[in-house]
Ligand binder design. Structure first.
Ligand SMILES: [Fe+2]
Ligand SMILES: [Fe+2]
Length: 162
């Protein structure tokens, strides 16, 4: 049985994962509108991953017989001005998510909830990957700068994501 605190915090994280899904979908729409179809494809896959993170928490809450609460996701609409700004946003967002996962782990430890702590390890590792990838693409975009050729090439590269 989960404590009230853990249950609330997991539901908040569930909501945050759905927000991540919505944010990346909004970014996909931004890229699709510009006909950067490779960037858009990458973002759609990223969005799907966030949905799967949300569902992992959903499933865990059900397995431990806790209540799933689906709150308002909130708008993810933003006016990005460049691919660089989008990926800066991705990086910053993933840092925020990492912080909230870490807080959740701290809470599980302080509540002596070993099962939830163990469940969260997957998310801790996933965030290391997410930050590394966001940092890599952000670095490439900084290197590319104003080069149209560079952007065209990166769009093609990111479109290979399966
Ligand atoms: Fe996530
Ligand atoms: Fe993420």
């Amino acid at each position: 049985m989960l404590s009230e605190k853990i249950q609330r915090a997991l539901n908040d994280q569930l909501n945050a994962e759905f927000y991540s899904w919505y944010l990346y979908l909004a970014m996909a729409a931004y890229f699709d509108h510009l006909n950067f179809n490779g960037f858009a494809k990458w973002m759609k896959i990223q969005a799907q991953e966030e949905m799967s993170h949300a569902m992992k928490i959903y499933d865990y809450l059900n397995v431990v017989n806790a209540k799933v609460t689906l709150n308002n996701i909130g708008s993810a609409a933003k006016d990005w001005v460049s691919p660089l700004e989008v990926f800066q946003n991705v990086y910053d967002h993933e840092v925020e998510v990492t912080n909230s996962i870490n807080k959740l782990v701290d809470l599980a430890i302080s509540e002596k909830d070993h099962a939830t702590n163990n469940f969260l390890i997957w998310f801790v590792n996933e965030q290391v990957e997410e930050i590394a990838i966001a940092d890599q693409i952000l670095g490439r975009l900084k290197f590319i700068g104003e080069s149209h050729n560079g952007l065209f090439f990166l769009d093609h590269e990111l479109g290979k994501r399966a």
